[in-house]
Design a protein around this ligand. Structure first.
Ligand code: PTJ
Length: 268
């Protein structure tokens, strides 16, 4: 078994490698599933292409997400393994600002993982964690995976659901149930990103702290102002802008070929 390694501060990937190490640690303790590591690799690749920073369209979507959560009657934050491993403290902060319930909802569901993730959230000072064991007694129609199991006190009655790192068909089904779905997904082409009401194309490790900042700014606005933000937001347009950023960035890089400060080595 490989040991946890310490990443030197001067390492060129000093920001992203500790995140990877954190996931590996939580994989070993059973919170994160092996597919979660693969999903993270996919996310990392897209983040690289996006420039590893929060883009303007992501900020616009974050504002719409904040307004959606603040105007919802029953907001719920759905938490899976990767989300709990990377952002449990911020998830709890977010739930406090928005009065959103926290519900564990796993694609690779097992009672051991449910309990381990609940523990992580409680260590981050969550006072209530829904969706554990028999509590997830309701079902999302037309969803075949374990993700269909939901809590009658949480996602079943929610009018807005935040789904960081989703796996696809559930978002579509939740939207069909009349709920507003806020997705955080680095892949603007994923089914989740495409079907969500609001898609934040950003890394959850940046997106959730940014969402908290925006919520703190918007929480004093009145209902009409918040509804104006949600009704003027166009997810299709925001996704198009995210795809355009990828397109323009890759075109520029393609022109230059080498973009890292690589030393020119003289021929002997
Ligand atoms: O904990 P479980 O059992 O619920 O399983 C969770 C995973 C992530 C394994 C499951 O939801 C899954 O299989 O997801 P997918 O279908 O691989 O989709 C994950 C999406 O999240 C992909 O579009 C990735 O690009 C994206 N993604 C990965 N890491 C991040 C991310 N998006 C934002 N921030 C990240 N850090």
């Amino acid at each position: 078994m490989t040991e946890e390694i310490k990443i030197p501060e001067e390492h060129p990937r000093a920001e992203s490698l500790p995140i990877r190490e954190k996931l590996i640690k939580h994989f070993k303790s059973g919170d994160v599933t092996s597919a979660g590591l693969i999903a993270h690799g996919r996310g990392e690749a897209l983040d690289y292409i996006l420039g590893e920073k929060t883009t303007q369209p992501a900020l616009k979507a974050t504002k719409a997400a904040a307004a959606t959560l603040l105007t919802a009657k029953h907001p719920v934050i759905s938490v899976n393994g990767n989300t709990a491993a990377l952002t449990s403290k911020d998830i709890v902060k977010l739930s406090k600002i928005t009065r959103a319930k926290i519900e564990v909802n796993l694609f690779h569901r097992s009672s051991e993982r449910e309990i381990a993730i609940k523990k992580l959230l409680e260590e981050a000072e969550a006072t209530e964690v829904l969706g554990i064991g028999e509590a997830a007694s309701a079902r999302i129609p037309e969803v075949g995976s374990e993700r269909r199991r939901i809590d009658p006190k949480g996602i079943l009655i929610a009018d807005a659901v935040l789904v960081p790192l989703e796996d696809g068909d559930r978002t579509e089904a939740l939207v069909r149930m009349g709920k507003k779905v806020i997705a955080i997904d680095l892949n603007p082409l994923s089914r989740t990103a495409q079907f969500a009401t609001v898609t934040i194309v950003d890394n959850i490790v940046r997106a959730i702290p940014t969402l908290i900042k925006v919520l703190n700014k918007l929480k004093t606005k009145n209902k009409k102002e918040l509804e104006n933000i949600t009704s003027t937001f166009d997810n299709k347009k925001a996704l198009g802008e995210a795809i355009d950023i990828i397109h323009r960035r890759l075109s520029k890089l393609a022109e230059r070929g080498v973009y890292l400060p690589i030393l020119e080595v003289e021929e002997p």
